[in-house]
Design a protein around this ligand. Structure first.
Ligand code: NDP
Length: 309
């Protein structure tokens, strides 16, 4: 049996090595160098060429190399027989949580502003926000959002969440659905987007929703660039309604050189590094699902095609 790795230009040796290190007898193939495509049942993918699965008539599982699956579901020609799975790796979850905490603290303690003051030899003692002043709102209370919420509540923040379905958590009030979105936004001094990209969540950070945030709110988008309407963010930053934003993800990546985000004084940019999959750690989950497929057992972390995540 074999696993085929299919990406559009992404580096594949790390994954191939990690899978072979854990399972030396496994045949790890890299598309398009596959002779007997009809023998392959399990694919590991990131941003595959659209329609490629027509070449693999017996594919039964399409596994994402990351937590997001929008790069798989954008393909209108996915085989109906295949189960789509996402990655749920403890290191990925840990790293996202720590990154979100870093961005929150950077904002509250003005670390970027102090670095700029240093460059100008300017002794500028700015007031900072405290945990009592600051309620954090997390959009998307799945694997990553729930963990980030846990880290932030442990640091003393009041944290609210927003999800599609109801949740009962000890320290976090979770608002649900469109009907409770406005109440959630109105309380979010710092808004963190950790939603999956679906038709329902695309452009969800727009002038209407961002306007519902308290004045001087701060926006963190570590989910997908298409959640945010770029022009609306700039308008609300320039009008003074929003204090600033940290963006890790963009509609087009790399962010085009002439994009207005680069030079905006209220925007911090990072190049989609919030949490990077480590194949050495994540290969365990991939092989677990591979083994389940061989044994005819239910797979883990299955994506709902209806919901898009
Ligand atoms: P999950 O699938 O575990 O969780 C998704 C959450 O979003 C759930 O709480 C779900 O609600 C909620 N949600 C989905 N649709 C809606 C909706 N229409 N309205 C309200 N809530 C909704 O995802 P993960 O936590 O694993 O990952 C989240 C995203 O983070 C990924 O899809 C990916 O895009 C991004 N990501 C970014 C990385 C980076 O480096 N920048 C790295 C890794 C991931 P419910 O619980 O009710 O189902």
């Amino acid at each position: 049996m074999s696993i085929v790795i299919i990406t559009a230009g992404k580096e594949t040796t790390g994954w191939a090595k990690a899978l072979k290190a854990k399972r030396p007898e496994l045949e790890v193939l890299v598309h398009p160098d596959v002779v007997a495509k009809d023998k392959v049942e399990f694919a590991l993918t990131w941003g595959h060429p659209l329609g490629v699965f027509k070449e693999y008539p017996n594919i039964k599982c399409i596994a994402s190399m990351g937590a997001g699956v929008d790069h798989i579901l954008r393909d209108p020609e996915l085989p109906a027989s295949a189960t789509i799975t996402k990655l749920e790796d403890p290191n990925l979850t840990r790293d996202m949580g720590l990154f979100v905490v870093a961005l929150v603290l950077n904002h509250m303690r003005n670390l970027t502003a102090h670095k700029l003051s240093q460059q100008q030899h300017n002794w500028n003692r700015k007031r900072y926000l405290t945990t009592e002043d600051t309620t954090i709102g997390i959009m998307g209370m799945g694997t990553l959002g729930t963990h980030a919420a846990c880290l932030l509540t442990n640091l003393g923040f009041k944290v609210n969440g927003w999800a599609r379905t109801e949740k009962q958590l000890a320290d976090v009030k979770v608002y649900k659905g469109e009907e409770e979105l406005d109440s959630f936004l109105a309380k979010s001094d710092i808004l963190i987007c950790l939603l999956p990209l679906t038709p329902q969540t695309e452009n969800i950070l727009n002038k209407h929703t961002l306007n519902k945030l308290p004045k001087n709110a701060y926006v963190i988008n570590v989910a997908r660039g298409k959640h945010l309407v770029d022009e609306d963010l700039i308008t609300l930053l320039d009008s003074g309604h929003l204090e600033g934003a940290s963006l890790d993800v963009f509609r087009e990546e790399p962010l085009p050189k002439d994009h207005p985000f680069w030079n905006h004084p209220k925007i911090n940019i990072t190049p989609h590094i919030a949490s990077i999959t480590d194949p050495a750690s994540a290969a365990t989950q991939v092989l677990d699902n591979y083994d389940r497929l061989q044994r005819g057992e239910p797979l883990k972390n299955i994506v709902s095609l209806k919901l898009g995540y």
